[in-house]
Design a protein. Structure first.
Length: 205
């Protein structure tokens, strides 16, 4: 899976002002008056949606960059960061979708090239695109939980894959969290979306 670490929009003051009506520092000052990071993402996000009708991309960006600017960190010393959620409905059973991850040969058909995977709890996964992961928990045919270890793209970030039956089809869902930069979040969202599109094309044939 090739990852283009590129933000969907420029993260500069001119673009922020043009698309949101304020600079980032103006937004951060406004969020300070609301109660700061301690108010929590949910409350701050709800306020931005209700009062300013901002695009969801900008809400997420302002929340994460505000926390970074104010030094908010989790217990592991890193910022909470961005989270992405990618989903695609595939005309195949949960078992077929799950099995598409189970061997290097299966992954080579759609995920990337030269995949090597030890498909078990604690097993490693690597391929020629530089994707690296360790599988933390494999529950057939429902879910795969892993830690992403690609050194140049969101290392040490949790990923969950879920396979949910939807009639005769399956909703394949990918969630990745603790992404520390907007280019990582947007790049991985695009990469996972393109990968699931290739999986769909593979299983639909």
């Amino acid at each position: 899976m090739k990852i283009d670490l590129r933000s969907d929009k420029p993260l500069d003051e001119a673009t922020t002002w043009l698309e949101t009506g304020r600079t980032a520092e103006d937004w951060f000052a406004l969020l300070d008056t609301l109660g700061g990071p301690d108010l929590g993402r949910q409350a701050i996000g709800d306020h931005l949606r209700a009062e300013f009708a901002l695009d969801p991309w900008w809400i997420d960006t302002l929340l994460v960059e505000y926390e970074r600017a104010r030094g908010a960190k989790e217990t592991d010393g890193r910022a909470l960061g961005y989270a992405i959620d990618v989903e695609r409905r595939i005309d195949a059973s949960p078992r077929a979708c799950f099995d598409a991850f189970a061997t290097g040969a299966a992954l080579d058909h759609w995920f990337g090239t030269d995949n090597e995977i030890d498909f078990r709890d604690g097993g490693a996964w690597a391929n020629a695109d530089g994707n690296r992961a360790v599988l933390r928990k494999v529950v057939a045919p429902k879910s795969i939980v892993l830690t992403w270890h690609q050194s140049d793209a969101a290392p040490n970030t949790p990923v969950e894959l879920h396979f949910v039956a939807a009639g005769n089809a399956t909703d394949v869902k990918v969630m990745q969290e603790r992404l520390q930069t907007r280019p990582e979040a947007d790049g991985l969202r695009r990469a996972w979306s393109e990968a699931l599109a290739r999986l769909q094309a593979t299983l639909d044939t």
